[in-house]
Ligand binder design. Structure first.
Ligand code: SF4
Length: 101
């Protein structure tokens, strides 16, 4: 509920057919470094829960990126322990549009 509220308040919209604006430089880092060494910090610092560790059919936790929920705060671009997340500007001028600030 809180996640949906943040998304609503930020008035952030994305075009659904655009390329992902969040990329991993090395797709293996989350499972081989971030999860075992730092307990998957991306699933905690992101205010929109874009990053989720979900078990695959073998029970192995894999990082899922829900880029459509991104609020464009850029925390992940700064806080990833290995600087493995690359945030790029989304197409179409999307982003937060706070009306009460
Ligand atoms: S920029 Fe990164 S930390 Fe911020 S909402 Fe988007 S995915 Fe989450």
């Amino acid at each position: 509920m809180m996640i949906l509220s943040r998304k609503y308040w930020s008035n952030t919209n994305h075009e659904h057919d655009q390329p992902a604006h969040l990329q991993l430089r090395d797709p293996n880092i989350p499972e081989i470094v971030n999860l075992p060494k730092y307990a998957g910090p991306e699933s905690r610092y992101c205010p929109a829960r874009v990053y989720e560790y979900i078990a695959d059919d073998k029970g192995q936790l894999k990082l899922q990126i829900n880029a459509q929920n991104c609020l464009h705060c850029k925390a992940c671009d700064i806080k990833d322990p290995k600087q493995n997340i690359e945030w790029t500007v989304p197409e179409g001028g999307g982003g937060p549009g706070y009306s009460i600030m």
